[in-house]
Design a protein around this ligand. Structure first.
Ligand SMILES: Nc1nc2c(ncn2[C@@H]2O[C@H](COP(=O)(O)OP(=O)(O)OP(=O)(O)O)[C@@H](O)[C@H]2O)c(=O)[nH]1
Ligand SMILES: [Mg+2]
Length: 333
């Protein structure tokens, strides 16, 4: 078994898309062996740059991710060690890309998901770009955690840039982009109360703002609104998120966005900021992992249906929930 896993990892790391797909499915579905796989992959992680991109439905996220992927595929990676990975004849000195599209749960965006697949089709011939859609419904172990684990698999596979697209609507999405090294928040003009249409929590975590659909009226207004917001809440790390105007559908502003990303990366390299950010991210991830593990342990100990039975007892005031939890969690153990 162990050597089978070794072979699997070896072929995944050599750029084999099928092994990569299988690994992602295993992790995403929490299928048998998922944690052993992640354990074995962990030493190979930590090299990729993870860029989280979020914005309102239809803002143009997929279009921009597509453009960014193209940009990176045409940019020389000074740290490339791709030769040993042999990506089927793809240029081996440019950045390789992994894309995770976190499917929006809202039913009215269902059509856009299909659109994504069609729009991104032209990359499928390029083994240097790997695209994966993730289902949010029925996600095991929490969406943010699963997405982070899938990103780790892509990282271990040697992808240099991992782009995660998610609709900025809920806490899940905030959690996902928070786990990225670089968070890009996309706004578009002409959505009424522009900046207000994006959840406040997401505005705060932006490292870079993108105003897409700048071919439309009102881009300047959105920019002013962002600036006004920035003047109210200065980041305590001293970074002022730049604002990049794009027309993703025409590829305009994409290079500028690439430059803004590079600038932020440079900033992160200084004064150990990247490490600090990573520690913060892991702190959050560890708490979530621990919470899940403890809950699982408690559930296993109590047995199926016990929580429901206990809930009934509390509802009927047969016992108080506080002592109950202390008992289960073993307060003094
Ligand atoms: N006018 C204009 N249209 C754009 C621009 N960028 C994208 N679009 C169009 O906007 C529509 C939505 O683009 P998507 O890239 O699918 O948007 P999205 O944010 O990924 O959408 P969801 O994943 O459904 O939330 C498409 O018809 C794009 O062609 C732009 O800069 N200007
Ligand atoms: Mg999309």
């Amino acid at each position: 078994m162990v050597s089978a896993q070794k072979e699997w990892i070896q072929s995944l790391r050599s750029g084999d898309a099928r092994s990569l797909a299988r690994a992602i499915s295993t992790v995403e579905n929490r299928a048998s062996g998922w944690s052993d796989l992640l354990k074995a992959l962990f030493p190979y992680t930590g090299k990729a740059r993870i860029i989280g991109l979020t914005g309102a439905p239809g803002a143009g996220k997929s279009t921009l991710v597509d453009q960014l992927a193209r940009l990176y595929r045409n940019t020389k990676n000074p740290h490339s060690s791709r030769k040993e990975r042999g990506l089927n004849g793809a240029p081996d000195d440019t950045y390789t890309v992994g894309i995770i599209a976190v499917d929006p749960t809202s039913p009215y965006t269902g059509g856009a998901i299909l659109g994504d697949r069609i729009r991104m089709q032209h990359h499928f011939a390029d083994p240097g770009i790997y695209i994966r859609s993730m289902a949010t419904r029925g996600s095991l172990g929490g969406l943010a955690r699963t997405t982070a684990d899938v990103a780790s698999v892509l990282d271990a596979s040697g992808r240099d840039m991992i782009l995660i697209e998610t609709v900025g609507v809920g806490q899940d999405e905030v959690d996902i982009v928070r786990l990225a090294d670089i968070t890009v928040v996309m706004l578009v003009p002409g959505m009424g109360d522009d900046v207000q249409t994006i959840k406040a929590g997401i505005m705060e975590i932006a490292d870079i703002f993108v105003i897409n659909k700048s071919d439309r009226d009102g881009a300047e207004r959105v920019e002013r609104e962002i600036r006004a917001l920035q003047s109210l809440a200065v980041r305590n790390d001293g970074w002022t998120p730049p604002i990049v105007k794009t027309v993703a559908s025409e590829g305009k502003g994409v290079e500028e966005l690439g430059a803004a990303v590079a600038e932020y990366e440079n900033y992160l390299q200084k004064e150990n900021r990247a490490l600090k950010k990573s520690v913060e991210n892991w702190q959050q991830r560890l708490v979530e992992m621990l919470r899940d593990a403890m809950l699982e342990k408690a559930r296993a100990r109590l047995g199926d249906g016990s929580i429901q039975r206990l809930a009934a007892e509390v509802a009927e005031h047969k016992r108080d929930p506080y002592s109950l939890i202390e008992e289960i969690a073993g307060k003094r153990s």
